[in-house]
Design a protein around this ligand. Structure first.
Ligand code: ADP
Length: 486
């Protein structure tokens, strides 16, 4: 199949979170199966192409947004995987910026994010026309690419190039919808009727890119089965539950995979000592190095809890705030890595000051430290209030780092509660969004950690899990085929 993929992130070229990881792996895995995959990505100035072969293709495009014509360049980056081409959509006005979405000077979203991604979506379709690419499937990810299904069925409905094209929209996080003031609707150049009350693009007077995409896509997927169910309810639907229930026959969940060439302790280039399920000595040594580097005392009998997350409400930091003193009263150590909201930076910094022998916090984005925490920690804390899929808990399993998770979304789909009698299960789960429930799970972890044989069995149960991309790719390809054969 000819598959066009469009997204705003792709690791390692551009990444702020899990979206980048997924796009760094999924298109490549599809190409490996023999499909012709073109991945479209905005050409941010942060993208490092120094070690890549890049060729300019076609002549420049001219794309109008709000009455201004913008010149758009198309650069193709050849990937080491045959069958995959990465096409960078260049537009200095919109993508030559310090960051992907947020203006570092104000800490707020760029005021013209709607224009930036309108241009991106139009450019993907115009590039297909310019290259003469006739896609079978257009796979759009999140709100930044959610206009593709909309444009395909409106402005490009009669375009010969797209006569065989079907669209799939994957929602990685429903909390980000691409909402903009109603007066910005004219920028989309869509028929007025689509902005009538309750129509596809309108959401309480605002323009909503994701709602529009959900309304028009042929199929919609999310990144775990449980999240696909959850988002049809008021608690998790972020206001779009009604729209999603309307499309429930076309909505499904396909769990993300893990790129084990990057995330496994036997191959990880970022950790000081590699290890394996049958020889865990490297894990202990990595823990010692991690503690030394963090300036924390090495205390063999205290489990080290790791945490890596965007520091936002979703990740359950308020639970940690409420539970902090009771958590630190336990015989544990805690290393956290993340960036995000100021109040959570303060919270973690305060914890570090209050408990200098127990807590070390890194407030930055750092791939290397992320790998070292995954490898060196004993347990991994993810108290997310919602979690569409979550990658870190799956990474943790492979590193023998036991996840402690809230029972939501992908966390519930991937972690099985540990049963000490039978020795089954892979982690500790709490079923209620409360500090007490989280503390109880942490206590169970601490108790199990002191029973070494039980703990080693638990670690190994996790290390044996296989969440590689093969299964996920098969799920997507089956879905694509069902559309193509319609
Ligand atoms: P989300 O997509 O909501 O951010 P996921 O668990 O799906 O959550 O993916 C998060 C990804 O981002 C993981 O690869 C994680 O290691 C990485 N990550 C998050 N914060 C940091 C950070 N400060 N430094 C390095 N990696 C980070």
């Amino acid at each position: 199949m000819r598959i066009v993929v469009a997204a705003s992130e792709m690791a390692p070229l551009a990444k702020t979170g899990g979206l980048g990881d997924v796009l760094g792996a999924l298109p490549r895995a599809m190409a490996r199966e023999g499909h012709d995959v073109r991945m479209f990505l905005p050409h941010y100035s942060s993208i490092d192409l120094s070690e890549r072969k890049v060729t300019r293709i076609g002549s420049n495009l001219s794309i109008d947004v709000g009455g201004t014509a913008h010149e758009v360049t198309l650069n193709v980056v050849k990937d080491r995987q045959r069958g995959l081409e990465i096409i960078l959509i260049g537009c200095d006005h919109y993508f030559k910026r310090a960051s992907l979405y947020i203006d570092p000077e104000t800490g707020k979203d760029y005021a013209d994010n709607d224009e930036r991604f309108i241009l991106f979506n139009r450019a993907v379709l115009e590039a297909c026309r310019a290259i003469g690419l006739r896609p079978d499937i257009i796979h759009a990810h999140d709100w930044q690419a959610a206009l593709l299904p909309v444009y395909l069925k409106t402005l490009y409905a009669n375009d010969e190039v797209f006569s065989g094209a079907h669209s799939v929209l994957t929602i990685h996080n429903l909390a980000h919808q691409g909402q903009f003031p109603g007066e910005r609707f004219r920028l989309l150049k869509l028929p007025d009727r689509l902005f009538g009350a309750g129509e596809a693009v309108e959401f309480y007077g605002q323009v909503n890119f994701l709602k529009a995409g959900i309304s028009f896509a042929d199929k919609i997927t999310t990144v775990s089965r449980r999240y696909a169910e959850e988002i049809q309810t008021g608690k998790f639907g972020c206001g779009l539950e009604g729209v999603l229930v309307n499309r429930k026959d076309d909505l499904s969940g396909i769990l993300n995979g893990v790129d084990y060439s990057v995330w496994s302790p036997s191959r990880d280039k970022n950790i000081p000592y590699r290890y394996h399920i049958n020889n865990l000595a490297g894990k202990r040594m990595t823990k010692v190095e991690l503690l030394n580097a963090a300036g924390l005392p090495v205390r063999e009998y205290a489990p080290l809890i790791g945490m890596i997350a965007r520091l936002v409400q979703q990740k359950g930091l308020d639970l940690i705030a409420e539970a902090a003193d009771r958590m630190m009263a336990m015989d544990i150590q805690f290393i956290a890595l993340g960036t995000g909201e100021e109040k959570y930076h303060k919270l973690l910094t305060m914890l570090q000051e209050q408990y200098p022998d127990k807590v070390r916090v890194y407030l930055k984005h750092d791939e290397k430290i992320a790998h070292q925490i995954e490898a060196g920690a004993d347990a991994f804390l993810m108290p997310s209030l919602f979690e569409p899929c979550g990658l870190n808990q799956m990474y943790s399993l492979k590193y023998g780092t036991v996840p402690i998770v809230n029972h939501v979304g992908g966390l519930a789909d991937t972690i099985e509660p540990f049963n000490p009698e039978r020795g089954t299960g892979t982690g500790f789960i709490f079923n209620e969004e409360s500090p007490e429930a989280m503390l109880e799970a942490i206590e169970k972890m601490v108790h199990t950690y002191s029973r070494r044989r039980l703990w080693t069995g638990l670690m190994k149960n996790g290390m044996r899990q296989d969440y590689s991309w093969g299964r996920a790719v098969a799920g997507y390809i089956e879905l694509f085929r069902s559309l193509k054969d319609q």
